[in-house]
Design a protein around this ligand. Structure first.
Ligand code: SF4
Length: 284
């Protein structure tokens, strides 16, 4: 949407940044270039690794396989406890990156797969990949053409048209559901209802295996009541959804408290198991 004086509203996430020419959005990964919103993170890769799928985490999709994991910079959320802030909370000037074309990504994945067939495909991960969703789409199409899979690891706080565009290309996803309270989501700059809509859309995509992660932050989202409501809602969407209940460690702007108690993580996982058949603990 174009406003006066060359301002354009970015439609990718609920922030709806109104960007003047040359301005960069709150995610630091999209900007107004010559009157159009462009993904500044497109093909600008800050992190590359071959990871076990269990590290994404995906517990019930192609166990024992690996994925070529790519990250860029930027995120539309600003969680005080971000466990990956070195790349998610900076823009193009805040971190080193190199440019990679989608065809190079797909070719590298195919080459790795030819050497070791446990290599299942490409994961879009580390920062928020959907702030440059066009890269996910372009790589995703080429990765599928080479007979490999696409994995999305995202906070899921983007508008429905973005999910509609990428969902058919995603074979497995892990979506963060950071809390079941909008008041707590506000601390991150995110919207619970938007993330719920993403989870519902991916759960309704028959070709997409869906897992969800909730990081338990002490004093933020660590009550039995909240976990009970969160897990009950996930089960109402699809009782087959896999939930990871994960342990916080002090990071970024939240260093005023210690790691989440392992006992509490186990207790909350048990609460979730009253609703869901597949619940795992992480970082314990
Ligand atoms: S994706 Fe980035 S630029 Fe677009 S609305 Fe969200 S925060 Fe703003």
């Amino acid at each position: 949407m174009i406003l006066s004086k060359g301002q354009v509203i970015c439609q990718v996430c609920p922030n709806g940044c109104a960007l003047a020419p040359g301005a960069v959005g709150a995610c630091r990964a999209r900007g107004n270039v010559d009157g159009a919103i462009v993904p500044l993170g497109f093909g600008r890769v800050t992190s590359v690794a071959v990871d076990p799928v269990e590290k994404k985490p995906l517990a019930c999709w192609k166990p024992g396989s690996t994925v070529l994991s790519l990250g860029s910079f930027g995120c539309n959320l600003h969680c005080p406890w971000c466990q990956n802030h070195e790349i998610s909370q900076v823009g193009e000037d805040g971190v080193g990156w190199r440019t990679v074309a989608p065809a190079d990504v797909a070719d590298l994945a195919a080459e790795l797969n030819a050497r070791d067939q446990r290599m299942a495909g490409v994961a879009y991960t580390y920062n928020e990949p959907l702030v440059a969703w066009e890269f996910v789409r372009d790589c995703g199409e080429l990765v599928h053409e080479r007979g490999l899979s696409n994995v999305l690891v995202s906070a899921g706080c983007v508008n429905p048209q973005v999910i509609e565009a990428v969902a058919p290309l995603i074979d497995a996803a892990n979506i963060d559901l950071k809390t079941f309270r909008q008041k707590t989501y506000a601390l991150t700059g995110g919207r619970l209802a938007t993330v719920q809509a993403t989870i519902e859309a991916l759960a309704a995509t028959p070709t997409c295996h869906l897992e969800v992660t909730t990081l338990i932050v002490p004093g933020v989202n660590d009550t039995r009541e909240e976990m009970d409501e969160l897990a009950a809602w996930l089960a109402s969407v699809d009782p087959g959804i896999v939930l990871h209940v994960s342990r916080f460690h002090p990071a970024f702007r939240m260093r005023d408290r210690g790691r989440t108690s392992v006992t509490l993580v186990y207790e909350l996982a048990d609460v979730a198991r009253a609703h869901l058949a597949h619940v795992f603990t992480g970082n314990c």
